[in-house]
Design a protein around this ligand. Sequence first.
Ligand code: HEC
Length: 125
Amino acid sequence: MWNSSHARIWLIAAVFSVAFLSPVGSFAQSAEDLFKDCATCHSLEPGKNGVGPSLHGLVGRRIATVEGFRYSNILKAQTVVWNESLLDRFIADPQAMFRGNKMPYSGMSDAAARKVLVDWLVSQR
Ligand code: HEC
């Protein structure tokens, strides 16, 4: 009896490790799917602000410069221009990067998914 339940525990452990170790690729989401996380607050149309500012032409423009959007002071204080690596860091953990910003998004932990999303955002210029 002990042996069979012991075996079962090992089987469960093996199944779990396969699930966790398998490449993210098999569950890969498209950029459009990933952007659904953002689209509740952001549009990609120029000048169309929602809860968040329009992300039109994001890469290559200075942080917090969409006209007509009321940014937090922490974002307004930044002088850098958005590029791929900054976006990757921001999406991973917005509060870690700019503490006190008012984007209510806890972050995307999956690096492969972030890469898909950031590459796509870059192409949306
Ligand atoms: C629940 C609403 C919400 C969600 C979801 C959200 N954002 Fe935001 N986002 C905001 C707000 C609000 C701001 C302005 C923050 C500030 O001023 O502190 C912002 C700011 C930004 C900025 C800075 C824009 C600029 O003009 O400099 C980027 C880039 C951004 N968000 C990208 C994203 C991406 C990519 C996602 C999805 C992974 C996302 N956001 C999800 C609300 C949201």
